[in-house]
Design a protein around this ligand. Structure first.
Ligand SMILES: *Cc1c(COP(=O)(O)O)cnc(C)c1O
Length: 358
């Protein structure tokens, strides 16, 4: 058994891998591979329909919210969002909370004005800046709900729900990991490869009422309205990636949905943070109240021990915990598919190592 703490692409439920690999050989007993059926067949249409229906059900979306599966990863949304929502002379409000938010800001500046309403750059993005005011003339307010690299996650959404302007969120690394009032968001995007499925597809949930208000021409492939009209099949969708999302969504529903995931994710992250807090050898890098329940970032007291601990992990089949090069140390990603028992294995090894080095 390998304990996979990779940040993305990352762990998915084993039964999803099993189903998906069967479908590559024989999709639903058709004698055909999922990779060789046309996307306009009723066979694939059923996959797309179910993926959309499950997303609506699990997120409890109202009829104003449309579900799209698009190409290009979350990084395409960094510019597709302002292209569809922001005129050149208008202002969009952005929260500057880490590497991903920074990238979103950079792209938005190509389409209009950006008002950075708060920034945590002063402390290397190790906390969330909660004192911010949003001008009511802002076209929208953008937040990154979970910063995958820095390991900070907005816990209280009230200030966003009450901001008074359309809300846009990058939920790439915590989509469907906890209960949120998803209808309060006017646009949600998430690259699938962290918590939702295989790389190559992007989930976009958009309130159709905010569209059609910019005066630039938008290329068809980047226009949300055209994708809505075409049911995410304007061109060939990434069929296998959509299929894996559908399987993961099915698994999520079968296992109790977002509510149960939230409880599990709380338990897993509490176990790991409590272990880190109890061991003087390890130090968390993020302010306590802003700690991510998806990506746990921590460092070790002496840099020389970092390599030694990583080697020990490797020996014990614990993979993917080396920290991002900009932060250093370690990062353990605890996405929905990660069982509590795997987190326990990591915690036990940390304790054992701390005793040895104590
Ligand atoms: C990984 C990630 C992205 C980028 O996703 P791509 O699909 O690689 O473009 C954007 N935002 C967040 C929060 C991420 O974790």
């Amino acid at each position: 058994m390998v304990y996979n703490f990779n940040s993305g692409p990352s762990i998915l439920p084993k039964e999803v891998f099993e189903e998906a690999s069967k479908a590559i050989i024989d999709f639903n007993g058709t004698g055909l591979s999922i990779l060789e059926i046309g996307h306009r067949t009723t066979l694939f249409q059923a996959v797309m329909d179910e993926a959309i229906a499950l997303t609506k059900e699990l997120m409890q979306l109202d009829s104003d919210h449309e579900v799209l599966f698009l190409h290009g990863g979350a990084s395409t949304q960094f510019f597709q969002v302002p292209m569809n929502l922001l005129n050149e002379n208008e202002v969009a409000a952005y929260t500057d909370t880490g590497i991903w938010a920074t990238k979103a800001i950079k792209e938005a500046k190509q389409f209009g004005h950006v008002d950075i309403v708060c920034s945590a750059k002063d402390k290397n993005y190790s906390y969330l800046p909660k004192d911010f005011a949003v001008a009511q003339t802002s076209k929208y307010l953008h937040l990154t709900t979970n910063e995958t690299i820095g390991g900070v996650q907005w816990q209280d959404m009230t200030p966003f729900y009450e901001a008074g302007v359309p809300l846009v969120a990058d939920m790439s690394s915590d989509i469907l990991s906890r209960k949120l009032n998803f209808n309060k968001f006017d646009l949600i995007y998430a690259g699938a490869q962290k918590n939702l499925g295989a790389a190559g597809v992007n989930l976009v949930v958009v309130n159709k009422n905010i569209l059609g208000k910019v005066n630039r021409t938008i290329p068809s492939m980047l226009d949300y309205r055209i994708h809505i009209d075409n049911g995410s099949m304007l061109n060939t969708p990434p069929v296998f990636a959509v299929y894996v999302c559908m399987l993961t969504l099915r698994w999520l529903k079968k296992n109790g949905g977002v509510e149960v995931m939230e409880k599990l994710n709380e338990e897993k992250s509490a176990l790991l943070y409590n272990t880190i807090d109890a061991l003087p050898l390890f130090t968390p890098t993020v302010a306590k109240e802003d700690r991510s329940k998806m990506n746990v970032v921590f460092i070790i007291k002496e840099a020389a021990l970092e390599k030694e601990f990583l080697e020990l992990c490797k020996k014990e089949n614990i993979v993917g915990i080396k920290g991002h090069r900009t932060v250093g140390g370690f990062r353990a990603s605890l996405y929905n598919a990660m069982p509590l028992s795997s987190v326990q294995v990591l915690c036990d090894l940390m304790k054992e190592f701390a005793v040895k080095k104590g």
